[in-house]
Design a protein around this ligand. Structure first.
Ligand code: SF4
Length: 525
């Protein structure tokens, strides 16, 4: 829009959560053009922020009758709210679906000198990397309209498309064709613009495999990674945004890492040198059943994934500044793929157990049922939900037998996590560090939302941890927080409270005896 001469004050950004709270309706009514970005290709559950659904899109369209509404984003591939289902088509009157890139559609609709073009006369086309370079910089001002600003994670696209000659059966990435790498200089310029507008949290995301950014095609199944390109990208970002608070990555193809271990180890070391800790290389394993890997043309055999996990652990398992390991693999597993049998679940569990037995850490294991999209080879498959009950039991077994012990090793009791933002009240306060894949932290107290604090880990759930503020002020803390201190139960909590206030550590020790176990986690004020 800016590139078409629309002044900044005329461009507004609202999230669906704001609309749900009754905000922004006047803006919608007064708008001359409404652009809705919606849809997801990877279904998930979120602590805050639920993606817009079809009935909400319909409500907005009806409430603003007469105003052109353009819908785009991943929803153009089909709409689905959860895994295990087919993404469906939909039909709304009064709305135009941008069937390719919504950015270029809106740009073309605003052709100079012609007012707002009739959407039916606009071509559906992909935006070029030159356009995205321009628009990324010109649109950076918009960040301060986000309700969480300045605590907003900015996703930086480095490329899209998949270089493999054959593609995984479920994946929509091949719709974008060959990898269209963005210039390193352009990505860094986008960071400069966002940083200038107050952005401090960045994730190098969107691409299917960061290790393949600017990889060179040498005629093999996978292109050869270019560590120099990754170094220039990360160094450029760090130089231009010296006070950034988070720099994380997203996807990594375990097939690339296994095929090119030397280049990949160099890249993992470069990432750890320039990033911020608590980073995750999310690996799409999808299945540890070789028959399923073959039937779906998946990118890596279990042995390849194992090598990739070992490499990332070797380089990244040291604890970093924010209390989390520097860089760990994340693992995505998909059920409902072609060729799946009940034995597939055993293959997958055995693989995860083997990681655990070998002391390998995984930051998080994402297990889901496949969502099928038209145009993928899974689309014709009828068997996606065949083992639904087995799938639910498998998930529970992984949560109990794998996730829980994994989490205990990842962040043992007594670990101090820095910069947890309080986000939701639900009996207690839930918060997270701002990160690509943050750990959910439950704090047994009602704390002001939006506040940042350091916490001491005191317990583990399957997918979350319990923690208390660090350091805990022993003279004023509530009993339920004191009772969470390592080695302190109900009885000792009562003695601690009875003998308050304490002047200093000596006074504490004089009144309570051995306090070595709690001293690292408290303060005395
Ligand atoms: S999931 Fe498969 S098809 Fe999709 S981007 Fe990765 S390697 Fe390519």
């Amino acid at each position: 829009m800016i590139d078409r001469g629309i002044p900044q004050p005329h461009i507004h950004y609202i999230t669906i959560d704001q609309i749900r709270k009754g905000l922004g309706h006047d803006l919608l009514k007064a708008a001359g053009l409404i652009v809705i970005i919606a849809g997801m290709t990877v279904p998930g559950k979120y602590l805050r922020g639920t993606p817009i659904n079809l009935s909400e899109i319909g409500d907005i369209t009806r409430a603003t009758s007469g105003t052109p509404v353009i819908l785009g984003g991943p929803i153009r591939l089909g709409y689905g709210s959860q895994g295990g289902m087919r993404a469906s088509g939909f039909d709304f009157t009064g709305l135009t679906l941008a069937q390719s890139d919504i950015e270029s559609f809106v740009y073309d609709m605003l052709a100079p000198g012609r007012g707002l073009k009739d959407p039916y006369s606009v071509d559906h086309r992909e935006r070029t990397t030159q356009e995205i370079a321009r628009w990324g910089v010109k649109g950076a001002f918009m960040i301060d309209q986000h309700p969480d600003y300045p605590h907003v994670m900015c996703e930086l696209e480095t490329y899209r498309g998949c270089a493999r000659p054959e593609h995984c059966s479920f994946c929509t990435e091949p719709f974008y064709g060959e990898s269209d790498f963005r210039n390193i200089r352009d990505v860094v310029s986008e960071v400069r613009a966002l940083y200038h507008h107050g952005a401090r949290y960045f994730r190098i995301g969107r691409q299917p495999d960061l290790f393949s950014y600017h990889a060179r095609d040498r005629g093999g199944e996978l292109p050869v990674p270019d560590p120099d390109a990754i170094e220039r990208l990360y160094k450029g970002i760090r130089n231009i945004a010296p006070a950034l608070k988070v720099l994380h990555m997203d996807n990594a193809n375990p097939g690339t890492i296994a095929a090119y271990p030397l280049e990949s180890e160099q890249i993992a070391k470069i990432i750890v040198k320039y990033h911020t800790s608590g980073d995750v290389a999310a690996m799409g394993m999808e299945s540890a059943d070789p028959a399923v890997v073959r039937a779906n043309c998946l990118k890596a055999m279990p042995g390849d994934v194992l090598e990739a996990i070992k490499l990332v652990n070797r380089v990244g398992d040291k604890r970093g500044d924010n209390g989390m390991p520097e860089l760990l693999p994340g693992l995505n597993i998909i059920h409902g793929l072609k060729g799946e049998t009940s034995e597939t679940f055993d293959h997958n569990f055995r693989f995860l157990k083997m990681l655990q037995d070998n002391g390998l850490m995984v930051r998080r294991i994402n297990i889901r049922q496949v969502m099928t999209f038209p145009g993928t080879s899974m689309w014709q498959d009828e068997g996606t939900g065949k083992y639904h009950d087995l799938f639910m039991r498998f998930k529970d077994k992984v949560r109990e037998g794998i996730d829980l012990p994994n989490l205990k090793r990842l962040v043992p009791v007594g670990t101090v996590l820095k910069g947890v933002m309080c986000e939701v009240h639900d009996g207690i306060t839930f918060g997270r560090q701002i990160a690509s894949y943050p750990l959910l932290v439950g704090i047994p107290d009602r704390l002001p939302l939006g506040q940042f604090m350091d916490v001491t880990v005191t317990g583990h759930g399957h997918r979350s941890i319990t923690a208390i503020p660090y350091p805990l002020d022993i003279n004023s803390a509530k009993a339920r927080l004191i009772s969470q201190l390592p080695g302190v139960g109900k009885k000792r909590t009562r003695s601690i409270i009875r003998s308050r206030p304490y002047r200093d550590g000596d006074d504490l020790a004089g009144k309570l005896g051995d306090v070595e176990g709690i001293l690292p986690f408290i303060k005395i004020e």
